[in-house]
Design a protein around this ligand. Structure first.
Ligand SMILES: [Zn+2]
Length: 115
């Protein structure tokens, strides 16, 4: 195997090979400046690392006040929780609990409406 020469000033040289020469540090700083600008502009989503929690997206605002919109929202929340609830561990347990709450709310509303 022939090792390719290290290209200084690149993310690969800085992160993978751990080079801290002036060129690599300047390249890294420029990359970080650019990344922060893209984060601020909302054109990039921050990476989620193992064990780190991503916040659930805020629910869409309910248009008007009708029960159909509320039950539709609850339905979509239950659907969104189905996948994480199927996993293992503490987060899955929490997702199952929340999904059960959502479904209980949904059926309580349905009972109220049809009563
Ligand atoms: Zn370097």
């Amino acid at each position: 195997m022939t090792a390719r020469p290290l290209v200084h000033g690149t993310e690969t040289a800085y992160r993978k090979h751990g080079c801290r020469c002036d060129e690599c540090r300047a390249g890294r700083a420029a990359y970080q400046r650019d990344y922060r600008a893209r984060l601020a502009a909302g054109t990039v989503t921050p990476a989620v690392h193992r064990g780190q929690r991503r916040l659930a997206p805020a629910p869409a605002p309910i248009e008007g006040n009708d029960l159909a919109a509320v039950t539709a929202l609850l339905e979509s929340r239950a659907r969104a929780l189905a996948l994480p609830a199927a996993g293992r561990g503490a987060l899955a347990l929490e997702a199952r609990t929340r999904r059960a709450e959502v479904l209980a709310l949904q059926s309580a509303i349905t009972r109220e409406v049809t009563a």
